[in-house]
Structure formats: C-alpha cells, structure tokens
Write a protein that binds this ligand. Sequence first.
Ligand SMILES: Nc1ncnc2c1ncn2[C@@H]1O[C@H](COP(=O)(O)OP(=O)(O)O)[C@@H](O)[C@H]1O
Ligand SMILES: [Mg+2]
Length: 434
Amino acid sequence: MAKRLKVKLETKLLLPKQRKALQEAADELYNMMQNGEGNFISKIWPTFNENITTPSLHIETLNRLGGEPGRTGNLVLAGRFVSTKYKDMLPSRPMIIKISPEPGMEGASKSRKWLLDEYKASENLYDQFSDSAHFALPVWVHGKEGGRNPVVLWAPLESRNPPYGNIRLQQAVDFMTSSSRLYFEDEREKILYRIISVTENLFEAHCVRNKTHREEVNIINHYEWELRKTLKHVVWVKAWKNLWGNKEKVVDFDRKDWPNPFFICKKLYEKVSFPLRMGHIHGDLHPRNIVFSKDETPRIIDFGWARPVKRGDSLQHIIKDFVLLEANFRFMTLPPFLAYESMKHFNKWLSIENDPVLTGDRECDLRMNLIYRLRNIAKQHVGDSTNWDVEYIVPLFLVSFGLLTKHSCNADCSWAARYTVLSLADYIKEKNIV
Ligand SMILES: Nc1ncnc2c1ncn2[C@@H]1O[C@H](COP(=O)(O)OP(=O)(O)O)[C@@H](O)[C@H]1O
Ligand SMILES: [Mg+2]
C-alpha cells in the first residue's frame, strides 16, 4: 500500500488542480522509492530508508532562493523530501519542480505539452552522455499526453551550496549584468569563460547517435520560430515598419543608408538555401538557462526547447545553440551606460574569419574575447569547412532580429540590439549573401 505523503506547501502558490497533481506526483515518487524502482533513490534521496513513514515535501519559491521564476508559464518551485518523524535524518536532494497551469487557463495545454516534451527530449539525450555533469536533466515526469490535469516535472536542483545546506541559486546572467559588480573582476572573467566552455559539452548532445549531417534547408524557414515575433506579431511588425519603413534603405543612428532588415529577410527567404550542419540542439541556451552548482560549475538546464523531441524527428541547425548565446553577450546583457562609439566599434567585428580588434572599453572587450572563444568552439562542432557567413552570421542576424521585439521592451540596451541588427543586415548586404 502506498504511504500517503503529507505535502507541506505554501498554499497561496498552488491552485487546486496543481496542488492535486503535485500531491499525486509526490505520492507516486515516494512509492517508487519505497519499491526501489527507477533508480530514484540515488537520484533523489540517497539516504532514503524504508522506515520513513511520515515523509513530507517542503516547498519553497525560487525568488526566496535567489532565482527567478521561469518565463514559459509553468510554476517553478524548489522542494525536498524530509522525514517529519526522524528529524536528524538527512533530507532528500533539493529538486526543481515545474508544474503546468490549471486546466482552462491560458496556455495550459501548451505548457503541459512543453513539460512532456522537455522530459522526452532529455530522455533522448540521457544514454548519450559519458559525462552528464554539465547538464541538470529532468529525472521524472508525472502526467500523460492527452490529459488535462497539470503535468509535474522533477529535476535535480543545482545550487552553489552543498546539497543539504541552504539553497542558493545562481544563474549565468548574474555574472553578465550589473549585479556582477558584486564580484572581483578577475573572478568574474574566469566564471564567464567557464560559462562559454559549457558549450563544449554540447558536442555529445549535438551528435546524439552520431547524427549530424549537412542538409539543404531554406534558412528563413528553418529559423521561423526564432523570428516569429518580429516578423509575424501584428503589433510589432507595425512598430518596426513605422520606424524603419518599407523601403530598401533605412535612416537610423548616424546613417541614411542601412539596408532594411525586413528587406534582407525577404531576400534571404527568396534566395538562401544552404547545406547546414544539423544535429540535436538544446534550443534555448541563454544565460538564465545556465545555473551554477557548488564549486561554481556551470550546468545547463531547461530542455523545453531541446529538439528533436523523439527519435526520428527532424534535426536542427546546431549553430542555434551558439548564436543565441552570442546575442546575449553582444547586446542583451550590455551595461546601459555603454558609449555609442564603443558599440559602433564592437559591431564592426562581425566576420567569423577575423580576430576581434578590441575597443578599449572593458565590457566590450571582455565580450569580444568571450565571443571569439565561443565561435572557436562552434567551429570545432561544425567540423568541416563551410561558408561561415551563411552558416553563422545569417543565423546570428535572424536570431538577433527575432530578439529585437522582446528586447525593445527593455530600455537599457534596446538601442544596442537595434544597432546590432542593422550592422548584421549591412554585413549580409555588403558580402552579397543576398
Ligand atoms: N536544475 C535547476 N537547478 C537550479 N535552478 C533551476 C533548475 N531548473 C530551473 N531552475 C531555476 O528556475 C528558473 C526557471 O526554470 P526553467 O527550467 O528555465 O523554466 P522555464 O522553461 O520556465 O524557463 C531558472 O531560470 C532557474 O533560475
Ligand atoms: Mg528557462
């Protein structure tokens, strides 16, 4: 007989169906540990013992632990099992618990699917890693396809503190933005290089079952999802078209003759099919999806966009994992007080074939060096020789253009985002790619 868990929750956080789903999930997980199933004891509660008859699950919000709630609509909590009877017994490892919204709420069924896909995609990756130390893959999901009740996904929580101490979350983004001023510069630089190095470990993921190959694709079609807001969202298309107009040339910053990024997209759509290097990707590799475990080791989390989800699904352009990270370094996390001239200088360095010419601005130069390192890792992943302007710079342009919409809400560096997109459009035009 299953022993019923008493789940201790912060009641305000959970709506009735979410609470019920979490209760069922926790009961089932506890039962599986009792029955020694699925390796859950070692993954979740190494000091588990069958005499724990009054377990409970302690839940905390991420904000209290120094993290941020997710942005994809799921409720993200931290929780650990404890024995209420044997107080001196070690609790379970802390877990991240992601719960999809109440049925009927906006986006509920989409979020359900995301969580189920996230689990499937990571399951697909599990057996591939000889060393999974750089990933925090989910260990279990409660919920089935086709249902309506919330889905509950469990993953090991990475924290800077030892597993049984207080939990303190830290994301890569903390070292990239102004809050990073809390760290000594040398220390911060080292950590930022380690964040870049995390992409080295994606190599095994990209080559799941040795499957990377070149495939002829239309680049705009392939990056449709990344471009969706800027190119398809009625309000934003209108806003950008108002700013940049419908003509081939755009007047902005100190030039009258920037190529219109919309026009470049149109041309790319008409023209550029190219054999891209395809494989398995994480699909959402940005600095909020890289967290630190103890000893400052960065780990990749959040496999909601990892593709393909199942064996047999179509492969993705592996450079997606690099250009999103580059865009984050180039303009999404820049300090707001950056000089215009530095930004201009920074954006003159675009070609993947050239070494960066440093600007003299510490923040820009650090980022250029980091990007240079990132690009070298990308080159190793791609492996063969290719037209880098198409394989890397065009995707960087498309991803940056797609981010423009989201980022224009953040006043701090929206101008840097806009400048970068225009510079990339200019580069593509100058190089006669379109
Ligand atoms: N395994 C983990 N270890 C530590 N923190 C995590 C972990 N998973 C998620 N988080 C924290 O929760 C936040 C949201 O989780 P995430 O999986 O990225 O969800 P979403 O898909 O909503 O972005 C992260 O940005 C991070 O702060
Ligand atoms: Mg995330």
